[in-house]
Ligand binder design. Structure first.
Ligand code: NI
Length: 231
């Protein structure tokens, strides 16, 4: 499933993040590329142990922890410490590839199976041309170019690319999530059920018990999660 999380970063958090990374020391994006993706990767990244990247990463991690939509959509078990990339000038695109299945970070030293890929857009889309994240899925190809502060979650099993940036600068944060529920179809089902329950619950007047059907559906959600979750 493709899940957009609008305004993951508040305007204040976004400004703080941009202040940290705008003047940082950008390096060749091939730093973290696998053998196949290195051939098509032409962008820049902040080194994982960069001081500015560390501070900006803390802002993103705090925002993720406060996002109910991220928690219910990703059901995160482990999150790869977020990285930052930059597309502009001669280093402006990332051709079609699939992200490595398992990654280890120099920051955390721990392995993460990449069930979900995430891109957090950090530049105003009007400030650059191109730079769409193009994701191939079973229902066709999606082009994603979101407002600064918005996050997109997509299955890491999807082939994807970043189109050439022909004007301006595209800054983004990207990372991967190992989910408690490994299969995308199961996560989708749990997410749909959770959203439907929330909607039913919101219609129950304050102070009144929830109808028996809502209690039963909530039980179904938790019992499915209990069956499928690997913590
Ligand atoms: Ni990728």
């Amino acid at each position: 499933m493709l899940l957009r999380i609008p305004a993951l970063l508040s305007p204040t958090a976004l400004a703080a993040c941009r202040k940290l990374i705008d003047q940082a020391d950008w390096a060749d994006g091939k730093l973290t590329a696998g053998l196949q993706s290195a051939r098509v990767k032409n962008n820049r990244q902040l080194p994982e142990d960069d001081v500015a990247a560390n501070a900006a990463r803390a802002i993103v991690i705090a925002a993720l922890g406060k996002s109910a939509l991220f928690m219910t959509g990703a059901l995160p078990k482990k999150t790869y410490p977020p990285l930052f990339n930059r597309y502009d000038g001669a280093a402006n695109a990332f051709g079609s590839h699939i992200d490595n299945a398992v990654r280890t970070s120099v920051v955390s030293g721990s392995w993460v199976r990449t069930d979900l890929s995430a891109t957090l857009f950090l530049s105003d889309p009007a400030s650059y041309d191109g730079g769409e994240l193009v994701i191939e899925g079973s229902f066709g190809t999606q082009e994603v170019k979101l407002a600064a502060g918005d996050l997109i979650l997509y299955p890491a099993s999807s082939r994807h690319q970043v189109m050439p940036v022909t004007r301006g600068t595209r800054l983004a944060c990207f990372f991967w999530i190992e989910s408690m529920v490994r299969e995308d179809a199961r996560r989708q089902l749990l997410f749909d059920l959770d959203m439907a329950i929330l909607s039913l619950r919101s219609a129950v007047p304050e102070g009144q018990p929830e109808p028996d059907e809502v209690v039963k559906l909530t039980g179904c959600y938790h019992n499915l999660l209990r069956m499928w979750a690997d913590t």
